[in-house]
Design a protein around this ligand. Sequence first.
Ligand SMILES: NC(=O)c1ccc[n+]([C@@H]2O[C@H](COP(=O)([O-])OP(=O)(O)OC[C@H]3O[C@@H](n4cnc5c(N)ncnc54)[C@H](O)[C@@H]3O)[C@@H](O)[C@H]2O)c1
Length: 383
Amino acid sequence: MRAEDIKTVAVIGAGDMGHGIAEVALLAGYRVFLRDIEERFVKRGVERIDESLKKLLEKGKVTEEHYKRIHGELLKPCVDLKEAVKEADLIIEAIPEILELKKETFREMDRLAPAHAILASNTSTMSITEIGRATQRPQKVLGLHYFNPAVLMRLVEVIRGEDTSDETMEVGYGFCLKCGKVPVRVEKDVPGFIVNRVQAPGGVLLGCILDHGIAEPEEVDALLRKLGMPMGPYELMDYTGIDINYHASLYFARAVHPDFAPAKAIEEKVKQGLLGKKTGKGFYDWSQGRPNIDLSKATSKVDPMDLLAVQINEATKLIEMGVCTAEDIDRAIVNGTGNAIGPMTVAKSQDPEALAERLERLAERFNKEIFRPTRMIREGTYR
Ligand SMILES: NC(=O)c1ccc[n+]([C@@H]2O[C@H](COP(=O)([O-])OP(=O)(O)OC[C@H]3O[C@@H](n4cnc5c(N)ncnc54)[C@H](O)[C@@H]3O)[C@@H](O)[C@H]2O)c1
């Protein structure tokens, strides 16, 4: 099969990600079956697609004709799994992050879908290999990891499980291109794939800064805002939910290295239910809207280059493992986070010896082995 052969897509799960993924495919002109387990969830997914399409219509980003075509013929909401997948060329699963549920759903999809259909998972943390092996067609299973909100974020990580065929990777990659996305190949099924993995040690360092009483969140956020970031990292954590960060840390601690375990300061916030914007309070008070960061509080006790150094280090681990290229890392970070440049571009301007020393210092100071410089950094081969 080639990407051009895909005519019909099934999206399984109509929640935050599923409705967005379906909308992206609809905008690209695909016929899309959108399935959830109850009528009301499907209906809500369709409503959310419609709300978003209407905004695009107002902005002239979708034509009246295409809008009508989506509702008239392209979008097929349903509750029955067989109806959803029986004509599909590509199926994208976006159901809750529970391994047994995903495996069971893949087993069923495998049984009900046409033999040629490719099955993709939007999982953020689970093994594509393991999900694929729940089916009789693991060579036709891959990861298509969209970012939230799927309509706006351009990156899709295209993930190869151990059994995924080259053809399946090509079809997944080509499909994303046809949807106007920026696909990046992730050649090995590693925890966190690219974007979440590269960012994870930065989160560890932010936790260390609090646990060691080096600086307050506002002092660090003020510093990074002054350097041009639209939102400081602690405010961003509040915005996305401190619990999300906490669970991601537990996951990385289990899947990669115990050093990723959540910082005490983060654990405390979660215990107290101070999760950020959604609960009205986290590091900041959100009850009156977005917090006002006092830029005059910018600290000199934190070196922003430390945050970049640990990201560069993690990025080189992915390159050493053969997961992706340096260019792919930057493409993924720029399109998946909105950062202006990627860590490997920053790395080019860094003297390897100084970078390695900086990382050794961080590893010693915070007792974190994950900060130790990689061979690529020690030998300066990343430049
Ligand atoms: N939310 C994010 O920022 C984000 C980003 C990237 C990837 N992901 C991943 O995407 C997946 C979905 O996450 P979400 O945030 O959209 O979750 P969500 O809870 O918003 O939506 C999940 C939907 O799946 C439905 N569902 C449950 N079992 C089902 C089944 N057997 N068949 C069909 N539908 C079923 C639920 O009713 C719900 O509507 C997860 O694997 C998550 O890790 C999430």
